[in-house]
Design a protein around this ligand. Sequence first.
Ligand code: FAD
Length: 432
Amino acid sequence: MSHDRPRVGIVGGGLTGLALSYYLDAHGVESVAFEATDAPGGVIRSGRTNGTVVEYGPQRMRLSGSLADLVSDLGLAGELVAADDDLPLFVYADGKLREVPTSASAFVRTDALSWRGKLRLLAEPLTDPASPDETAAELFTRKFGPEAYHTVIGPLFGGIFGSDPARMPARHALEGLIRLEQREGNLLVPAVKRLARNGDRAPAVVFEDGNQRLPEALYEATRDRVHLETPVESIRERDDGDGYVLEADGDRAVVDEVVVTTPADASAQLLEAVAPDAATRLRELRYNPLTLVYLEAEAPKRGFGYQIRKDEPFHTLGVSWNGVAFGRDDLVTCFFGGMWEPELVSEPEGRLARLACAEYEAVTGCEAEFLEVERMHRGFPAHDDTWDALDGLELPDGLHLATNYTSRMGIPSRVSHAKRLAGQLAGTSADA
Ligand SMILES: Cc1cc2nc3c(=O)[nH]c(=O)nc-3n(C[C@H](O)[C@H](O)[C@H](O)COP(=O)(O)OP(=O)(O)OC[C@H]3O[C@@H](n4cnc5c(N)ncnc54)[C@H](O)[C@@H]3O)c2cc1C
């Protein structure tokens, strides 16, 4: 097989696509990437309001593993702002902000759980093993007790996806946790070990001028082979069966392998001709719409912010104190919608502003001023029961999905996924 053409075609110039292009180059594998919009980064977008940096996508990231190496390779380490490593997170329950325990001493001192709730949680090794057939809510409740689930684990875990854990099958949402229990025999001991190591935990960071700096720097490093404003319209097999053809805005790229990194609906459309069964499955996946409301307000405590327990009389899902955590003046980001109230994404701005300010003031006692609203009709992949459609998903040789709905969503995971896949494709390349 000759390699006088790009070996890998990448669809999407979000973090996954750009990191993949970067790592393929490090392996000496030629690639070409297409991004539909005029900016690199996908959901990672930053801006400014009243001079303060605002994140329209991810608010922060853990500087772990491959991400830490990538940031340092790109020469960006000096542009990071790290939160204090002892900064707590809170849950609002029964009229009060309560500290989420992230250390053994915080577990003893927190009033988020009663003594009975704490003892029940410590009985986890006596419970039956996690089952892939239960929901995340059932698994957490059964293993850690109803109180720990209701007040702490449910709001935090559901908050990551904007989803209701009662609609998230454990086999999709908690695969890693199930494997951990199988390996270790229980979940409590690894959790305690992790708490004990908390001082070594990767710091939570943002980029000084906004998190979009990361994809921008990746784009600067890969711009000779990443084409912005070039949506891929179709993927088809070459007539001789030797590779694929990407049609992108009048351009054609003939490649050996294709990696699709786009959201599920776009991927379904692109895979229709080459993998119709996979396309049908991808169309099933639900996304949770999200509405982010930005406020200028003081925070009543030091912390990352809070999640709200689901039975409290509020619409707010959670709040990030980016001012406190990362020195971004008095910036507060409030999250609304998700699976619980998807329709909020279409509410008029005035109502959202009033809701966010009134609820923030009720929870914290601090006065709030409205800044702006960001609406995401396709927010978080829900990782709910619609993920059953992915059971048995198969792709023809040479086609790959590298996405935040077929594997983990967080920024460090997206980077390590891209790195791993680049290594695999380089291996294939060496074998070819
Ligand atoms: C609101 C929000 C908050 C988050 N918060 C955090 C957080 O605090 N911490 C954290 O670690 N992670 C967070 N995440 C997760 C993380 O940011 C994402 O999982 C990750 O950035 C996704 O990157 P990606 O490249 O896989 O996908 P995307 O960013 O979705 O990129 C896909 C790209 O494909 C492009 N595209 C679509 N169709 C086509 C086409 N036909 N042709 C060419 N290009 C196309 C799109 O324009 C887009 O740029 C958050 C995600 C969201 C949405």
